[in-house]
Design a protein around this ligand. Structure first.
Ligand code: CA
Length: 207
């Protein structure tokens, strides 16, 4: 399995690591393990994995530091393995660029579904081939031509509405936080203006 995707597990709990190893091996996925943040950052840099499974509660540093460090140099998908009571961290993790999270305790089915989705995105990033035409139900979005059709009829969007839709489409299948949308569409100085988002989302949904 030379081309099997490579996954980096960053988790200090030996029992969870064993569970992850068994799950990944059964799917013929290759994996590497790190039991600390320092080791995790070093392996992420050295191995350039296709996906990182990341525990936030590590002995030497916060898992959030790993997300920051990894995002400085790569877009490798990161799935956070979060424990109960880390709700605030989950939001921060997404804002920092994590792609998804699973809450512990998680089942094999859920974990693998999220891994598969993340690996599909990883393949897209690697190939550099982000598609320009997206279809969802009766809606077709052409990012290059900047056209939107609903059931074959062209719909006119304002520039802001288009940017909002484009951001959502480019992140299809991922959780996108309100803050991320505000930063992408309106800029970092408007990251707290939730009311902009509500108004424009309502307009966009209506169209
Ligand atoms: Ca832990």
């Amino acid at each position: 399995m030379l081309n099997a995707p490579e996954i980096l597990i960053v988790e200090d709990d030996a029992q969870i690591r064993r569970f992850l190893r068994t799950t990944l091996a059964a799917e013929k996925l290759r994996y590497h393990e790190a039991g600390s943040a320092a080791e995790g950052i070093a392996q992420a840099r050295a191995r350039q994995p296709d996906l990182i499974l990341l525990d936030l509660g590590l002995p030497d540093a916060d898992g959030l530091d790993i997300i920051r460090a990894v995002r400085e140099t790569s877009q490798t998908p990161i799935i956070v393995l979060s424990a109960r009571g880390q709700e605030a961290d989950k939001v921060t993790a997404l804002d920092l660029g994590a792609d998804d999270f699973v809450s512990k305790p998680f089942g094999v089915g859920e974990l693998l579904a999220r891994i598969r989705a993340a690996l599909r995105r990883s393949a897209t990033i690697r190939d550099g081939a982000v598609g320009t035409v997206y279809q969802a139900g009766t809606i077709t979005v052409n990012l290059e031509a900047r056209t939107i059709r609903v059931a074959g009829q062209e719909v006119h969007l304002t520039p802001i509405e288009f940017r909002l839709l484009e951001t959502l489409v480019r992140n299809a299948g991922r959780v996108v936080t309100q803050r991320q949308l505000l930063i992408e569409v309106w800029g970092p100085q408007h990251s707290e203006q939730g009311q902009y988002l509500r108004v424009y989302m309502a307009q966009l949904r209506r169209k």
